[in-house]
Design a protein around this ligand. Structure first.
Ligand SMILES: NC(=O)c1ccc[n+]([C@@H]2O[C@H](COP(=O)([O-])OP(=O)(O)OC[C@H]3O[C@@H](n4cnc5c(N)ncnc54)[C@H](OP(=O)(O)O)[C@@H]3O)[C@@H](O)[C@H]2O)c1
Length: 377
């Protein structure tokens, strides 16, 4: 079976690559030409995550790297090369995209919508009628904050929290139209927020919670409060619009990749099969605010509406419109289809504040619980 993967150098794509290589002998990687040596970055990921030496050594012979630009017609390939590639494939995994939550709609559409269109064109051109595995997001549900979101649902009646969500929604509608027109199967995989407890590494892709950490630190620096705790014992308070009983779904990225690859073993129905790739337990919003407090010298308070007397710190934190609305989310994702195919999760990784913290800041050794014997009086 000949498989292509886009986005193999990304936070999720790296784990998909690893899971796919556990089941398939070789892969074609449609990498991002503009970002340079994909193979070196993938090798680095495998080293950091302790992959078997044999896999690392075999990598150059097991993957074929095709540098592309998904936002350009035919991925930036010549017509002949595009046709040759299309005719060689049985399946295409499309994980490339822009996850910039503060990006503008035009730039996000170029990668997320036009990139998906190009992948669909590649699949349409292939004589072997490759199956597409399209990585979407649970956040195509948009600004709907309550209730249960079902895997079959796709509508824009609630609007969107940010342009990222809208671009991913538009990409999914494109997938549905393509499947109807071409009478071809597509598997749509909708992960929730993907997280890791792997400590950050400058050579590895950043993930959404690292961006949140950056937001808080930037806000403190911009308002001159970064060192406030050193000057005075009382920490600055940031009132954030959010719900005390709100919750968000966060899934370890490794679990997400494994679930997706297992779902791909099922014969597709012939239409669009959509799966919510989610954790069975949500993370309370208060855990997210606790995380902020452990990352930065501040205290948070959830409030119902934006105060009239917004402080400089609060204004700076609210500047990042992509993230703060999620503190008001109470919705849940139904994943009956996933459970029907895969059964109950074999292992459930607990996603709590300590887990999330490990994936954002290098772990510092905890101070000793008791003073060393020689220091005692
Ligand atoms: N991360 C999450 O929490 C999350 C949650 C739900 C859904 N998703 C979805 O999962 C998918 C992967 O996300 P991720 O977290 O892996 O994102 P990421 O770390 O930002 O990776 C994005 C990937 O897309 C590639 N790419 C970007 N622009 C490209 C272009 N013009 N042409 C070709 N390749 C391009 C990047 O290549 P370079 O890095 O080499 O430039 C990278 O491999 C996305 O579709 C995203 O919407 C992610």
């Amino acid at each position: 079976m000949s498989i292509a993967l886009t986005g193999a150098t990304g936070f999720l794509g790296l784990r998909l690559l690893r899971s796919l290589l556990e089941r398939h002998g070789s892969l074609t990687l449609l990498t991002h030409a503009a970002s340079g040596d994909a193979l070196a970055r993938i090798t680095r990921f495998l080293e950091v995550t302790g992959a078997p030496e044999r896999l690392i050594a075999e990598l150059p012979t097991r993957v074929r790297v095709v540098p592309t630009d998904l936002s350009r017609p035919r991925m930036g390939l010549t017509a002949a090369r595009f046709g040759e590639l299309a005719n060689a494939l049985d399946a295409i995994w499309h994980s490339a995209g822009s996850i910039n939550l503060e990006g503008d709609l035009a730039s996000l559409r170029r990668v997320n919508v036009e990139g998906t269109r190009t992948v669909l064109e590649l699949a349409a051109a292939g004589t072997r009628r490759p199956v597409i595995h399209h990585v979407s997001t649970a956040f195509v549900a948009g600004a709907r904050r309550e209730g249960v979101v079902y895997e079959d649902e796709l509508d824009d009646t609630h609007g969107f929290e940010n342009a990222y969500e809208q671009s991913k929604y538009e990409a999914e509608t494109l997938v549905h139209a393509w499947s109807r027109t071409h009478r071809r199967p597509v598997v749509v995989l909708r992960p929730s927020i993907l997280v890791t407890n792997l400590p950050p590494d400058p050579d590895l892709p950043r993930h959404p919670l690292q961006v949140m950490d950056q937001l808080v630190r930037d806000a403190l620096r911009a308002t001159g409060l970064a060192d406030a705790h050193r000057a005075r014992p009382d920490l600055p308070v940031a009132r954030l619009v959010g719900r005390r009983y709100g919750h968000l779904n966060m899934l370890p990225v490794e679990d997400a990749a494994r679930q997706m690859v297992r779902l791909a073993e099922r014969e597709p129905s012939g239409r669009v099969d959509t799966y919510h790739i989610v954790h069975e337990h949500d993370v309370p919003v208060v855990a997210v605010t606790e995380l902020m407090e452990r990352l930065a010298p501040l205290r948070t308070r959830l409030v119902e509406k934006r105060p009239d007397d917004v402080s400089a710190l609060e204004a700076a934190m609210d500047f990042y419109p992509g993230i703060t609305p999620y503190l008001s989310h109470l919705r849940r994702y139904d994943s009956t289809r996933v459970r029907t195919v895969l059964g109950a999760p074999r292992t459930v990784t607990r996603v709590d504040v300590d887990y999330l913290l490990s994936g954002i800041r290098p772990t510092r050794p905890a101070p000793p619980a008791v003073a060393p014997a020689e220091a005692r009086p």
